[in-house]
Design a protein around this ligand. Structure first.
Ligand SMILES: Cc1cc2nc3c(=O)[nH]c(=O)nc-3n(C[C@H](O)[C@H](O)[C@H](O)COP(=O)(O)OP(=O)(O)OC[C@H]3O[C@@H](n4cnc5c(N)ncnc54)[C@H](O)[C@@H]3O)c2cc1C
Length: 484
């Protein structure tokens, strides 16, 4: 992603040299994304149907959470608004009032993205903002092992040089401490002015060589392993990622065109690898296509992502578990900032500090959002859930939860990925319902509120029902057969 973006967006400033080792390979289980990736692809001039065919992608309208607030519960975090998204008062205030006066239907019934996802329907959003069919966004679920070579071809087509080989040594300048060159197993030495460390968990340059400390967040996010295993798709092709809470973590289910990705993310303090493997194998809905594979990680980030002349992007700079599909987004955010702050000649310490501040904000806010999913739960059926339910959480999150509980207010951000609808979906979905609501939501009479809400709910359902089935839409728009 970084090589392709720099080659495309800074063709006169950046002379890009990409070093990768096929023997080491990529993590490759990152399959679910956020809607922002569409802007990334558009920036590279990628044709959507071609990309989706090549990466066996499906559409994603949100994330289906099951058994989180309590066993048997389910809710969807949608890519889109509740209501029409243009109300004077946010829609959930009206819903809260209705719910207090008479039991309201689930909040999800008032979201286009959720209704489409529940009915397995998909159509591209209408560009007319006045239309109900414009009130949702979408992302993709794709095969990451196909996306990386797809981007590599683009990067090379734009003039990036690529060297296959394993880096075995890093040379530092004796005076400045900057990185001067990397040395490959073959003996080749590659010099550079600026080094982007995309080496994954090993963090070869930023962590290992420059020794930037790692801030450990495992007291709030104790999951440190995942076992992953793809299976044949034997269920309807849902335009959704599913995340199902388990005894000591959660399980993902990501439907692609040619298979379904599955994995159990867990904490080794609460369950053994063998038990997690067994639980995953027992839960997967389809014939297994590979042996289960265990991956290890730690939640947290390097204290700074940009140190000296080295910028960590992706897992080299930090990791937050994939519950909300944020890692690829964090890569994209770092690339966007890198392009903005790309040094002209000298690296400006001011720019470097600002880059680090903005990346920190992205990480911190995602961290709080993830912790919310674990902390706001009634589950008390295992030591894992007892721990996360009762742990102390960052003050920044406590304030947000208190504010929402009191009168449904969502703390606003200027930067950061998750906006109001995301927080509202998770708060209410996990059982944190506001005690009161914005007083302006009292304007309509009870009768008028009830009738308008019911009419809107029916309109949402009718609009979703008029859309094609997700699989049919994919077969028409971007079938695998079109892939080169
Ligand atoms: C269990 C799990 C599930 C995930 N699910 C999602 C998800 O659904 N959505 C999402 O957005 N993200 C997800 N992620 C994260 C996602 O996988 C990563 O963000 C993504 O793979 C990018 O990783 P990366 O490029 O930083 O590192 P990697 O994929 O590890 O790539 C590292 C690269 O560095 C090269 N390299 C390393 N060392 C050397 C060396 N010595 N010499 C030369 N080259 C070297 C490798 O060859 C490779 O090309 C998940 C991660 C895990 C662990």
């Amino acid at each position: 992603m970084t090589a392709a973006a720099l080659a495309k967006l800074l063709p006169r400033r950046a002379d890009v040299h990409l070093v990768e080792s096929e023997a080491i390979g990529i993590v490759g289980v990152g399959e679910a994304t956020l809607p922002h990736i569409r802007h990334f692809n558009e920036g590279l001039g990628i044709d959507e149907a071609d990309f989706m065919a090549a990466t066996r992608a499906t559409f994603k309208l949100g994330i289906d959470f099951r058994d989180w607030g309590k066993i048997g519960d389910s809710y969807i975090h949608p890519f889109g608004t509740f209501g029409r998204g243009n109300h004077e008062v946010d829609f959930h205030h009206y819903w809260t009032r209705l719910n207090q006066e008479t039991e309201a239907p689930p909040l999800g019934d008032f979201s286009m993205a959720i209704m489409m996802a529940q009915l397995n329907r998909f159509a591209l959003p209408d560009p007319d903002p006045a239309k109900l069919q414009s009130t949702f966004g979408y992302a993709y679920q794709f095969d990451a092992t196909l996306f990386a070579p797809y981007l590599r071809r683009i990067a090379e087509g734009l003039g990036a040089r690529r060297t296959e080989g394993r880096i075995v040594d890093v040379e530092l300048n004796g005076e400045t401490g900057d990185i001067e060159a990397v040395k490959l197993q073959s003996g080749e030495r590659i010099e550079g002015d600026l080094f982007v460390d995309c080496s994954g968990f090993v963090s070869l340059l930023l962590g290992k060589t420059l020794e930037e400390p790692f801030e450990d967040w495992s007291q709030w996010l104790p999951n440190d392993r995942a076992v992953a295993m793809p299976c044949r798709t034997e269920t309807p092709l849902a335009p959704l990622t599913s995340v199902i809470a388990m005894e000591s973590g959660w399980r993902w289910r990501i439907p692609l065109q040619h298979r379904t990705g599955n994995g159990y993310v867990y904490s080794s303090a609460f369950i053994s690898d063998d038990a997690a493997r067994e639980a995953l194998v027992g839960a997967v809905e389809g014939e297994a296509l590979a042996e289960p594979r265990v991956l290890k990680f730690q939640a947290g980030r390097r204290r700074r992502s940009w140190v000296r002349n080295c910028i960590g992007v992706g897992l080299a700079s930090g990791f937050l578990e994939p519950l909300e599909s944020t890692s690829i987004y964090l890569i994209q955010a770092a690339i966007t900032l890198l392009v903005e702050f790309f040094p002209e000649k000298e690296i400006s310490p001011l720019d470097r500090d600002e880059f680090n501040r903005l990346i920190d904000l992205e990480y911190d806010r995602i961290r709080d959002f993830l912790i919310l999913h674990y902390h706001v739960t009634q589950r008390a059926d295992s030591p894992f859930w007892d721990y996360v339910r009762t742990m102390s959480v960052p003050d920044s999150l406590k304030e947000k939860m208190d504010m929402f509980r009191r009168h449904g207010r969502v703390v606003k951000y200027r930067e950061g990925v998750f906006l109001d609808a995301s927080w509202i979906a998770v708060y209410i979905g996990q059982g944190l319902v506001p005690d009161s609501y914005d007083m302006r939501a009292q304007l309509p009479t009870s009768e008028r509120l009830r009738t308008a809400m019911q009419a809107f709910r029916e309109e949402v359902r009718a609009a979703a029902e008029a859309m094609p089935d997700h699989r049919a839409q994919i077969e028409r728009y971007c079938p695998m057969a079109q892939a080169a």
